[in-house]
Design a protein around this ligand. Structure first.
Ligand SMILES: [Fe+2]
Length: 492
């Protein structure tokens, strides 16, 4: 098969989730956008392409944790930050390229730009077009894999990724993306093969090593998983590598080693939620029950509060009604139609008012502890934070696994609307359940898990450390249960 050379061997395929992180270098992005617009005014397509390529490269991507889909809410389409200017430039650039039969690379770029402005149908169409124009352009297949993933087409995504790796022989990052997606599809054996191919090409590729660690663990090959995880940590000691290694150590029953690694992770980042979540169970498993219990101290760290309606609302019911209207009218995430995107980016309306309220709730949370109460969670007190939050609109919930929010420090949920049966009577359907001593290995006993359930009420806020495992208990109703989840992400 014909191989296409790449312009730069340093080129890195970007991560999957192309959501922009507010806080990216906006000044640089504005400059590049202006440069592209100017070049288009002068009909200088090459200069416009150069500036837009740099623009795409400068935007920050979100890492997506495997236990926590929440960062998807954190990002937003980049278009909102440019008052329509990015949309105009993308549309103009796409019009200049449409007639160029041989411009496959440019078509890939346009597809990426359409992703950034949230026009996924256009992005998909341009990726298809690029692949048709040049079936040997690996980057075209990679981009089509991305848009196919957005549309939840796993078979097509895998097929495109396989084509991309077939067309290149030296791209460790392409093999990594293939492995990563196979892992998402629970095809762990094939994922292991792809990660190993990535590692043959780049032995010090820590992401491929921790990906390998995750799949090997799920295949029950826990010793090999630990080995891969240890190598990843050795190469790049960070919260991601420690997360994968410690999970593997817990699955292998190596609880003492897990404790040691949790402490190392916390030394590196004292606000590492995963290290706290894992340490609690590891301590319990080594007979240090009270120590493990005190980390996940439901009795003290879990708080339930009632809020008052913000100024301008006659009652809590009318405030809730406003939140519900916005929540139901807001677009949802493509991959999860039950959840909206981040609603706390709005500059007016009920979510803007609510942001103010929950900022005050954080202060109330910290103030509620007596001065003689100490806990490592409270020692790492947030002074400044960003809020990331979304509405969850559910008429039913099937059995859900417990999860924690690995990108935040303090999390919460507010109940804006509850169907009649939820939170009332003897049933726990639709309630929020917290879990302590979650089992990680076959030798752990399910029966030792400790649970705490909170009954939701309209107008109630539940606040908890982000590392507390939790889930919504199953329910089925004819009406919406609308809750607003939020995370506080420390800013330094
Ligand atoms: Fe959650």
């Amino acid at each position: 098969m014909k191989k296409k050379p790449f312009s730069s061997s340093e080129y890195q395929a970007e991560d999957w989730v192309s959501l922009w992180k507010p806080g990216s270098d906006k000044k640089k992005l504005i400059k590049l956008l202006q440069k592209a617009a100017l070049a288009l005014d002068k009909a200088d397509k090459n200069q416009a392409e150069k500036a837009l390529l740099e623009f795409v490269g400068a935007h920050q991507y979100f890492p997506v944790s495997k236990t926590d889909g929440a960062p998807l809410a954190y990002g937003t389409n980049i278009k909102d930050f440019f008052n329509g200017e990015l949309n105009r430039v993308v549309e103009r650039f796409s019009r200049t390229v449409v007639s160029e039969a041989k411009a496959a690379e440019k078509k890939v770029l346009i597809s990426k730009l359409f992703c950034l402005i949230g026009k996924y149908q256009d992005a998909d169409r341009w990726a298809e077009n690029a692949v048709k124009t040049d079936p040997d352009l690996a980057e075209g297949h990679l981009q089509l894999a991305k848009t196919s993933r957005i549309y939840s087409l796993p078979e097509k995504t895998i097929e495109c990724l396989r084509k991309a790796v077939d067309l290149t022989s030296d791209r460790a990052d392409y093999f990594y993306l293939l492995g990563d997606f196979l892992q998402v599809c629970n095809l762990d054996q094939e994922a292991v093969e792809a990660f190993n191919e990535a590692l043959v090409r780049r032995p010090d590729y820590s992401k491929a090593l921790y990906g390998l660690c995750w799949s090997l663990r799920r295949l029950g090959r826990v010793e090999e998983a630990v080995h891969a995880g240890e190598k990843a940590v050795q190469l790049a000691p960070n919260s991601h590598t420690f997360f994968h290694l410690i999970y593997a150590l817990l699955a292998a029953g190596k609880n003492d080693a897990a404790i040691k690694r949790c402490h190392e992770a916390l030394e590196l980042n004292p606000m590492d939620p995963a290290a706290f979540a894992f340490l609690s169970t590891a301590l319990y498993e080594t007979g240090q029950y009270e120590e493990g219990r005190s980390i996940c101290d439901f009795e003290n760290l879990l708080k339930v509060m009632n809020i008052s309606p913000p100024p301008g609302y006659s009652s809590l019911a009318s405030f809730n009604q406003s939140l519900v209207e916005v929540a139901l009218a807001s677009p949802t995430r493509i991959m999860d139609p039950t959840q909206t995107n981040n609603l706390f980016l709005s500059s007016s309306g009920p979510f803007y008012d609510f942001k103010d309220t929950i900022n005050r709730v954080v202060k109330m949370y910290y103030d509620s502890f007596p001065s003689n109460f100490s806990h490592p969670f409270l020692s790492q007190k947030m002074e400044n934070w960003q809020i990331d939050g979304w509405a969850t609109r559910l008429k039913k919930m099937d059995e859900q696994e417990h999860h924690f929010h690995n990108h935040a420090w303090l999390s919460g949920v507010y109940y804006a609307k509850l169907p009649g049966g939820i939170g009332r009577g003897g049933t726990e359907e639709g309630c929020i359940e917290f879990c302590r001593f979650r089992p990680y290995s076959a030798s752990c006993s399910e029966s030792e898990v400790e649970l705490a359930t909170i009954r939701p009420e309209e107008g109630l806020v539940v606040l908890f450390p982000s590392y507390f495992y939790h889930r919504i208990l199953p329910f089925n109703d004819n009406d919406y249960r609308i809750s607003i989840a939020f995370n506080f992400i420390p800013e330094f």
